[in-house]
Design a binder for this molecule. Structure first.
Ligand code: AMP
Ligand code: ZN
Length: 478
């Protein structure tokens, strides 16, 4: 079965066929870097990172572009409030974004372009749109020239959000001082206002509107027609609708073949958002819950379904991660101490093969990570059963089990195998303490050996003395 994805343009699941064989051009709308991002924003960052990993896993060469919006009203207001420049604010929160995203195991994009570093490209697209008769200049209230996209000149406007101009117009607002010809016309270029950063352009000093940056940067790094463009469902209108209109008006070619949008992360049944004030930053969330648990929580739902952010869901995910990590630790330990014997691993391999097929089936069916993580836990159950039922096991068992776990981790990033940093350092420290305890027990220094056991217990680590040596586990939920 090949990969199918639900395309918001057709509102159907379609077989994924890339523009260029073997390659994927993938653009995902990134954060506006005026503050820490919240755990709702983290959803698209995590799920589309996993889609990218999966596409790489099945053999595509993926160019993944995720922008930083580093100029808009929110940026300007926040910078003014803090008494710093917009550029300083952007620098700070790009850094903070990377700290959180790295900690959440989100791989860095192939290219992470910033709007303010692409003003010439943005100006060039706007010029092209004007040339083709789809945009116009207008006198700005405070002097200077604005440029607006002329929605009535572009017949397919509304094709992504599946609404007519009339339907869309009902929700449109014209801000005072905007000389638009139609309420849905949107700014491609905004004339300079006092106290705002500005750049030179054929229309005088000013700055780009929000939507145009994604058109300009997507075309620059990925070409005029790209395979996938993604973001949260709130971006369908107006942001993505406007991106389609601008880009297609400029190039005369289809802009995006697959539009993918994630459902909302809710809190108390409401969309988590900055404006409602009902948010938890990713920074706060990862101080409270292990990052692997946050990932598992996000991936336990289908990316298009809503997901409710609540402590019990996160705690359950943390318990799940502990189960996964314990399985990996048991496997490693058992390979060291229990390798050998004459057990036939063929039935294990056969069960694993079935699970593997189901994993790919789930992932290929519109990237169903909810079903795929279910398969992961079934695999863990299978491995645990084999470890429990056999004293010794052949290398073929360990090779197959480890390869399966590594593969799941490489795609989903929820086990943390070989994760650099804290977890590894902690594991090494535990191993060292276990050796010290073994030595203490050998020397009949039971006071010291008990002390080590109790210290570890206090840190959520349980020791288990087995006939194959001492094993350690994290307490469930620890
Ligand atoms: P922003 O920085 O506001 O442009 O948001 C960055 C990304 O987060 C966009 O793709 C949004 O669609 C997405 N997003 C914002 N709020 C939520 C939410 N509550 N659930 C899921 N995605 C969201
Ligand atoms: Zn965008």
């Amino acid at each position: 079965m090949s990969l199918t994805l639900y395309n918001d343009l057709s509102r159907e699941k379609e077989k994924f066929v890339p523009v260029r064989e073997g390659r994927v051009s993938f653009y995902s709308c990134g954060p506006t870097v005026y503050d820490y991002f919240h755990i709702g924003n983290a959803r698209p960052f995590i799920v589309f990172d996993v889609l990218r990993r999966y596409m790489e896993h099945i053999g595509y060469e993926v160019t993944f572009v995720q922008n930083f919006t580093d100029i808009d009203d929110k940026m300007i207001n926040r910078a003014n409030a803090e008494g710093i420049t917009v550029a300083q604010l952007a620098e700070r929160f790009i850094e903070e974004y990377r700290r959180d995203a790295d900690a959440l195991g989100i791989r860095r994009p192939t290219v992470a372009p910033r709007a303010t570093e692409h003003i010439p490209e943005i100006v060039a697209v706007i010029e092209k749109i004007i040339e083709k008769g789809h945009a116009y200049e207008a006198e700005a209230a405070g002097g200077g020239r604005d440029v607006y996209f002329d929605v009535r000149s572009y017949a397919p406007y509304g094709k992504l959000s599946k609404q007519s101009l009339d339907e869309l117009e009902a929700g449109a607002r014209v801000e005072p001082g905007e000389a638009k010809r139609h309420p849905l016309d949107f700014a491609l270029w905004k004339a300079e206002k006092p106290g705002e950063p500005s750049w030179d352009s054929p229309w005088g000093k000013g700055r780009p509107g929000w939507h145009i940056e994604c058109s300009a940067m997507s075309s620059k790094y990925l070409g005029e027609t790209i395979d996938i463009h993604s973001g949260g469902a709130d971006l369908i209108f107006p942001h993505h609708e406007n991106e389609v209109a601008q880009t297609e008006a400029a190039t005369g070619k289809p802009f995006v073949n697959f539009w993918l949008h994630n459902g909302f992360l809710l809190i108390d049944r409401e969309k988590m958002s900055k404006s409602l004030g009902n948010f938890m930053t990713a920074r706060a969330a990862r101080e409270k819950y292990p990052p692997l648990a946050i990932r598992l929580f996000m991936l336990s739902a289908h990316y298009r379904s809503p997901i409710n952010f609540a402590p019990d869901g996160l705690e359950q995910a943390a318990g799940g991660v502990t189960r996964l990590r314990n399985c990996w630790a048991d496997l490693t330990h058992a390979r060291e101490k229990r390798l050998g014997g004459s057990v036939d691993a063929a039935p294990f391999a056969a069960s694993l093969k079935d699970l593997d097929a189901r994993f790919y089936e789930a992932m290929n069916d519109d990237f169903n990570t909810a079903a795929a993580t279910g398969v992961l836990f079934e695999t863990v159950k299978l491995i645990n059963t084999w470890l429990k039922e056999h004293d010794t096991l052949p290398a073929a068992f360990f090779d197959a089990a480890e390869a399966a776990m590594r593969k799941f981790d490489d795609i989903l990033g929820v086990i943390g195998i070989g994760a650099a940093g804290e977890e590894d350092a902690q594991a090494a420290e535990i191993e060292r303490l276990i050796e010290e305890r073994d030595a203490a027990r050998g020397a009949k220094n039971f006071a010291r050996s008990d002390e080590i056991r109790n210290d570890l217990l206090a840190r959520g680590i349980v020791l288990e003395d087995t006939s194959h040596g001492t094993k350690w586990k994290r307490k469930l939920g620890a």
